[in-house]
Design a protein around this ligand. Structure first.
Ligand code: NAD
Length: 455
């Protein structure tokens, strides 16, 4: 693998040559990436099976559809996104033109995470290409098969002088971060996010940090509990809980808990059969380290559903914990697995106080048929997103920004927001040199007697 300094120098030369600026070039790269998804989808799905045992359906739904829909959207809108955006002007500028030009930043670094290895690395790449940047992507070394495949495929489809894959672990990434980038986009845990932020800060490099945290899920007694349970269990078991926006824990009364447990049991059986371990649709925990971490979390509270595990297969059953103490690690650390603890509260106000006692979550889920209850949550909590009466689906609306707030992250992307993330909004005032314009603006020149305004 070439030295990071060499890679960055090649990309900087390419960027400075202006190669990535024409919209036609950007479109060609995006079309080629789309071709890669179509031609190589079997290899992509095979890598996801190797890394996470994701089924083909889940790989298509949660990785490839995201990528192809986003590219098609970018190709459709890129001509309008790249046009100067003319803004309103005051009377003094009536003869002038004022607009915002979206400029590429330059050389961008994208650091991906392992849980959705293709989506979380290539979706930002698509935004950075559309915006006209040169890019190094650093896939997560934890999802090795996917990282290797990206390193093998991308040079076959993208211009190698403008887009590179750096396939390395922590020591290599630490070296890479010593280089000067014009933008850094990182997805992963909050602790490492702080290191990335500090590394970027040495060059005042702007960053997007897509981080994690505990996303709460409130359920009240006005809902159809069977529908609510299906949507919650689906969001929790997608990628077997290894999803940044998975509902992390439930907040409900003891009465709702009893109904939820019954409905959740039915939902799990409907999705994965009586023995979820035999289901081809339930992925596996990424590594032994994460498996052991999750098995420790099973020791807290009382297991109301599930609880089985198998180290040889990195299998953890969909599990619901009740009677959990508020300082148990399962309620203080991000779970990132198929374990769903229930915290009992008496009402919406208590739930809101509970949520506000912790870091700002990436997502907040509210299941209620009461508009006033829902509004209480929306107006009195802070989170990256809110989804009412469903889980995870807010991500699929690409006209909504996706990102965190506070310790769950900064910045956002998806759809046009990705293009904007990787563009500097350059303010341009284009003045007229004619005599009339000069007269209109004469009051600014000394002596001060030219100024006719009030003091
Ligand atoms: P990870 O271990 O794959 O790490 C993420 C990236 O950081 C990898 O590319 C890795 O090489 C790099 N990295 C790790 N340690 C580093 C270090 N010391 N210096 C420099 N780079 C380093 O993934 P993870 O952190 O285990 O991912 C899970 C976390 O990410 C969870 O908290 C989850 O909520 C969060 N996440 C957030 C989003 C989002 O979009 N907000 C998406 C997925 C995951």
């Amino acid at each position: 693998m070439p030295q990071p300094s060499q890679m960055v120098a090649t990309l900087r030369n390419s960027f400075n040559s202006g190669k990535t600026k024409p919209v036609a070039f950007r479109k060609k790269q995006l079309q080629s990436l789309l071709k890669m998804y179509e031609e190589r989808k079997d290899e992509i799905m095979a890598a996801l099976w190797t890394d996470l045992r994701k089924s083909k359906a889940e790989s298509m739904l949660s990785e490839l559809f995201f990528l192809t829909n986003d590219i098609k959207n970018s190709l459709y809108y890129i001509d309008s996104w790249t046009k100067p955006e003319h803004v309103e002007k005051d009377l003094a500028n009536v003869l002038n033109s004022a607009y915002i030009q979206s400029d590429p930043y330059g050389v961008v670094l994208i650091i991906g995470s392992w849980n959705y290895p293709f989506q979380l690395t290539l979706l930002p790449l698509q935004g950075a290409i559309a915006a006209g940047n040169c890019v190094i992507i650093k896939p997560s070394e934890v999802s090795q098969a996917s990282a290797k495949l990206m390193a093998e495929l991308l040079p076959q489809y993208l211009d190698s002088d403008c887009y590179k894959v750096y396939d390395g672990g922590i020591p290599e990434t630490t070296e890479l971060l010593k280089e000067r980038f014009d933008y850094i986009f990182y997805t992963g845990n909050t602790q490492v996010g702080k290191l990335i932020h500090a590394a970027a800060n040495q060059f005042i490099t702007p960053v997007t940090l897509e981080l994690g945290g505990k996303s709460p899920c409130y359920i009240d007694d006005t809902v159809n509990i069977n529908i609510a349970a299906k949507r919650i269990i689906w969001g929790k078991c997608l990628n077997v809980g290894q999803t940044c926006v998975a509902p992390d824990y439930i907040l409900c009364t003891k009465e709702v808990e009893a109904k939820f447990l019954k409905a959740a049991k039915e939902a799990i059986e409907q999705f994965y059969g009586k023995n979820p371990k035999d289901s081809p649709d339930l992925p596996r925990i990424i590594s032994d380290r994460h498996f052991q971490r999750l098995r420790e979390l099973l020791k807290h509270g009382k297991i109301a559903l599930g609880g089985e595990s198998d180290a040889s297969d990195k299998y953890i059953a969909p599990t619901i914990l009740i009677d959990v103490k508020r300082n148990d690690p399962v309620l203080t650390e991000e779970i990132f697995g198929p374990i769903l603890p229930i915290v009992n509260i008496d009402n919406a106000y208590e739930a809101i106080n509970y949520i506000n006692g912790y870091e700002k979550p990436l997502a907040l889920y509210v299941f209620s048929n009461s508009k006033s209850n829902v509004d209480l949550f929306i107006n009195n909590t802070s989170s990256g997103s809110v989804c009412v009466n469903d889980t995870v689906m807010q991500l699929t609306v690409d006209t909504l920004p996706f990102g965190g707030v506070g310790s769950s992250g900064m910045g956002n992307y998806h759809g046009k927001f990705s293009f904007d993330t990787f563009s500097h909004q350059k303010a341009v005032l284009y003045k007229n040199l004619g005599a009339l314009g000069e007269k209109l603006g004469a009051a600014r020149y000394p002596p001060a007697t030219n100024f006719k305004g009030k003091y």
